[in-house]
Design a protein around this ligand. Structure first.
Ligand code: SF4
Length: 294
């Protein structure tokens, strides 16, 4: 189950990015050697082929930076699909390049199933969206990218809403926007993610800092708008979520990034619960946690 970090460059400069500032530099000049990158990548894949080939229980997650701005994105994708034809691939992207018609046509040819995509949507309007991404024009490009994907991509699409102080009050608008523009579809899921404290989000903590209980409360108030949508919640301890929301929570972080505090010891929900993100615990403590009793 490898996560493949395609490369460490991105064409957005998101305030809550978990990567360091150096990632927000789309130019490969000076520190990018294509041959070395491909050779390393192929060596890595050939190393995992024997373990992962034909094993339906595994998948590849392609992340970045932003994978789609890699100069050899298509040949690397083609290489993965050719060598691991049955392994599900998930691509995490800001979606902007899917708005370019030529790029998108090429992508559709290479993205052979099983293939799914996750695109982050930060707000429902350009002004708020671009305050978060730091890039003018990124809203319309992302929306056009999602238009193309939702109209033509056969695989599963996640729209990821990473929640922090700058967009928590916009959640209703975001859900309404998605509903009006794309509606409920079998291959579309919304994923609400409480932001992680790492990289730029730590640097920008005064702008983005948000307690889990605040975002959980906001999600509860949005529940009527989510009727009919497939949706998941990432990074929430179950006791912070309303009982109505708990079934949507998923554990997606490795155990070394999470912590169960003393109050968790006798909790009946522990087995199904993420606990707290370690970095969150360091910043906000465990005051919001409540032991769940039978
Ligand atoms: S007390 Fe701990 S184990 Fe129980 S729901 Fe809260 S965070 Fe999860």
């Amino acid at each position: 189950m490898p996560d493949i970090c395609f490369w460490n460059k991105c064409n957005n400069k998101c305030v809550m990015c978990t990567n360091p500032k150096e990632f927000s530099n789309a130019s490969p000049k000076g520190n990018y050697d294509l041959k070395t990158q491909i050779a390393k990548f192929k060596a890595y894949l050939s190393g995992i082929e024997n373990t992962y080939k034909g094993n339906g229980d595994n998948y590849i997650s392609i992340t970045g930076g932003e994978p789609t701005i890699h100069p050899d994105f298509f040949s690397l994708l083609y290489y993965i699909r050719k060598n691991l034809p049955h392994t599900p691939i998930t691509l995490l992207s800001n979606g902007r390049r899917f708005g370019e018609n030529m790029f998108f046509k090429k992508f559709i040819k290479v993205a052979i199933q099983p293939f799914s995509i996750a695109v982050a949507l930060h707000a429902a309007d350009a002004s708020n969206f671009e305050k978060i991404t730091g890039v003018k024009g990124s809203f319309s490009q992302t929306i056009k990218g999602l238009d193309n994907l939702i109209s033509h991509f056969q695989g599963h699409i996640d729209i990821r809403i990473i929640i922090h102080k700058m967009n928590v009050d916009l959640l209703d608008e975001i859900i309404r926007f998605i509903d009006e523009r794309w509606g409920k579809r079998d291959n579309l899921r919304l994923v609400f993610i409480h932001y992680e404290i790492e990289g730029m989000s730590e640097v920008n903590s005064a702008m983005v800092g948000l307690k889990l209980s605040v975002s959980a409360q906001k999600l509860l108030s949005c529940l009527p708008l989510l009727k009919g949508f497939d949706f998941h919640l990432y990074h929430y301890p179950l006791c912070i979520l309303s009982p109505k929301l708990r079934k949507y929570a998923r554990i997606t972080l490795p155990i070394d990034e999470r912590i169960y505090v003393k109050k968790c010891n006798s909790c009946v929900l522990r087995k199904k619960c993420l606990g707290l993100m370690k970095e969150y615990y360091k910043s906000y403590g465990a005051g919001e946690i409540k032991t769940m009793v039978p």
